[in-house]
Ligand binder design. Sequence first.
Ligand code: LLP
Length: 418
Amino acid sequence: MNDFEYRNGELYCEDLRVSDIADKMGTPFYLYSRHTFISHYQAIDQAFNEIPHIICYSVKANSNVALLKLLANEGSGADIVSGGELYRALKGGIDPGRIVFAGLGKTAEEIEYALKEGILMFNVESSQEMLLINEVAEKMGKQAPVAIRVNPDIDPKTHPNIATGLKESKFGIPLNQAMAEYEVAKRLSSIKPVGIHQHIGSQILESGPFEASLRKIANLANSLKVLGMDIQYINIGGGFGIQYTDEQPPTPEQFAAAIVPILSGSGCTAILEIGRMIAGNAGILATKVLYNKKTEEKEFLVVDAAMNDLMRPALYQADHHVAPVKSLETAREVVVDVVGPICESTDFLARDKVIPEVAQGDLLAVFSTGAYGFCMSSNYNSRPRVPEILVSGKKAYVIRRRETYDDLITWEAIPRDF
Ligand code: LLP
């Protein structure tokens, strides 16, 4: 499901030409399709229809408040990891009763903020965090609903930097300590254990790891119920993989076919913290070729977007499909490195890519950048962050404007006596 397609050699986003948007807005920019974004949400929602479930969109994947509003309209909840993400989710109109709070370094202030807003539950990552939540809740005269994030020691078979459910990972509480931790939680006067949480990794391309870990989690849920704990939710985390180049990820239906049978007998509501599968292929990064540069070794395209705009290639050697916005059928193919202007050797958007030859001034699209794209961007090298544009049919909305040079120094101050 994708609304980015070529018509007569021109890349469109829904009913608008990407090149027309570039003429109006300048480059670089992120461009999202409202239809793709919402369809992805709906496809997952539909696939899990057989069991009670809540999709808590993972705000970290793309946290633009306009996109959060679109999801709120669909009834989505949110998976958040900070007070800032809670603020965004609420501003986007997401029901606090559908918000789950993960992350292993929650502060007392963040806990208080979340309790005040009445979130669905905290995903607790350590014994000390549990005690702090209890303390804050007690002071406020509230009961804090919690799930314990269990580390099931499962290899999600993804890039090591985004695997989170292995024994050596900093995340979660090891499965063999979870029972004891639930017993402690049960005795704490202001804690109410209501769920179990796992998140085994991101960009997972097979359903096997989910099956293996969820069997363990479903067993744990049973044991806890036997002990009289009212476990109502099993949170399967996020991690459904997407196609960047030639991956063949399971469809939402295929993930559901593997997962639903394991959870259907549990009597629990499933929570899905999906980020990438909703946002990833709903966005592109459009950039302009500044220079063609050839050395003895390599052919480079120096473009106006850089690693500060899209960190994934530099950080994870992520491979994104890159193609000219105007596709010239006659163009010969070349092997290029697409690099940005930043003074770092790791500043590349693509390496050894085979693409049709392009010239100075031509536009390129870096595909599948709707998730972990803009939200991970920075101002490194004092580069103003690029705008985010959302297309809906024939309309384009600027949902975040391009930063100015003034914006760059807004938060800085020269002391008076300098
Ligand atoms: N839940 C938790 C607790 C998470 O830590 C994450 C992602 C998700 C849900 C959402 O996972 P998703 O459905 O998007 O795979 N920056 C990396 C990805 C880091 C993922 C961090 N956690 C990247 O660009 O590939």
